[in-house]
Design a protein around this ligand. Sequence first.
Ligand SMILES: C[S@@+](CC[C@H](N)C(=O)[O-])C[C@H]1O[C@@H](n2cnc3c(N)ncnc32)[C@H](O)[C@@H]1O
Length: 309
Amino acid sequence: MSAWAEQLPQQLERIHSTTNHGDSHRWQQALEQLPQLQATAVDFGADAVTVSGETLSQQQQNSLTELLKEFHPWRKGPFLLHGVSIDAEWRSDLKWQRITGAITSVEDRTVLDVGCGNGYYGWRMLGEGAKLVVGVDPTQLFLMQFQAIEHFVGNEWPHFMLPMGVEDLPATLLSFDTVFSMGVFYHRRSPIDHLLELKNTLRPGGELVLETLVIKGNKGEVLLPPGRYAKMRNVWFIPSPDTLAVWLRRAGFENVRVADISATTVQEQRSTDWMQFESLRDYLSPDDASMTIEGHPAPVRAVFIATKR
Ligand SMILES: C[S@@+](CC[C@H](N)C(=O)[O-])C[C@H]1O[C@@H](n2cnc3c(N)ncnc32)[C@H](O)[C@@H]1O
């Protein structure tokens, strides 16, 4: 990765100088106001990524909650920081439970997490002994959330988040032992190119963990929503599992298998105090929860595992 490491500082400089979200200043201020608390233990193995050490008074808890809510909406979690519980929209621990037993252990492996959100899974990967986790995600708010969590967890961990898209990675990294792409594939307009991008980050024999929406159907079937899907404008290809298996093989992966297929439930994705906008319940048909509000099959997600040839 040394060639990448050399160009990364300039690339990040370019990204910083061209990214300016209207809320950046407010987020930056909230980051700077986060209290310095002594962490005596971190637990990346628990469902909630947990930092403990100090017992906060009710007033301290309230003011920490208020500061962390500056980073609303919290999509991925949960986190528990010195007794303050961030109950995010997604119970990301449930997805992690479905995945972690099925994949080659990330222990001692270098891991790339494409579309890492606020980095929740990266901490869980460290909990499983990953040697290095690099997350990439272009959404500035999620970088801020990552930095807020890192403030409490400490920055001595081999977990980094780069504020860029998968398309900004060098074309041929060929170095990671495992690459995760979770919840990203259906947002890509060119699905085979996404598989090739992912393949090019892996060393030969490296493992891809691909989690995405699927439909029930035979080989060759794929849903390309004519408009929105579950109110999302940017959903492109939702293949059947057999179709996706063919795409993976055509893209140069072998040993392709499906580790899990699960319908997303309103227990796993819901509005909370930490994500007060609409959530899954509002995206489903009020008359038939097996359909989205637009009349498409409701979200079902599959986890594919494959090896780079
Ligand atoms: C549905 S979320 C999935 C987050 C997380 N991986 C998970 O499974 O819970 C999709 C993520 O992809 C990120 N994303 C959007 N465009 C991207 C791109 N071009 N490259 C990498 N990530 C991207 C979004 O910011 C968002 O965090």
